[in-house]
Design a protein. Sequence first.
Length: 183
Amino acid sequence: MKIDKACKEIIVSEEKIIETCKKLGAQISKDYEGEEVTMVGLLNGCNPFFSDLIKYVDLEVVVDYIKASSYHGTTKSSNDVKILKDLDLPVSGKNVIIVDDVIDTGNTLKKIMEIFKVRGAKSVEACVLLYKETGDDTRYHAKYTGLSIPNAFVIGYGLDFQEHYRNLPYIGIISDELVKEEN
Ligand code: IMP
Ligand code: MG
């Protein structure tokens, strides 16, 4: 499929993404003024959001990454979270902000945050670009949340469908043809 046909509708433009990164970066800079933060990107979806966001965080920042899996290559979430690649640095005594692309069920982020608390982090918060409006208000809600989006499967700007389409510069709802191919 041609890459510009992968989305049936663009819901977040490149301009809106950068505006949101600036807003989130300013909030974080204000809240942690005078402190150091360890920003942990949740691979692979955090990328390129993570790279754009940290440019707007005006603090002493240490960058690290962790990789977890919960989707196993489909468009439906699952409950079990596995760590596939751990941090390089210890988080004990650190202010940690985990950065991810989207909260759907919120299970992945919640589990990783619990792990960092057990490891003795001074504080643990999360920053996500997108929050899906699934109607479930009991879900984990990140302190730093960029934009609410409809409850649809989205791709682009780090979000994948079977590891494809992460390179789109915008975020869009996946085309019906691609979903049909999966079923
Ligand atoms: P969770 O259900 O909130 O735990 O979501 C876990 C991960 O699934 C997210 O970090 C994303 O990488 C991925 N994910 C959730 N919704 C979507 C989507 O609409 N498109 C692509 N990936 C998604
Ligand atoms: Mg993913």
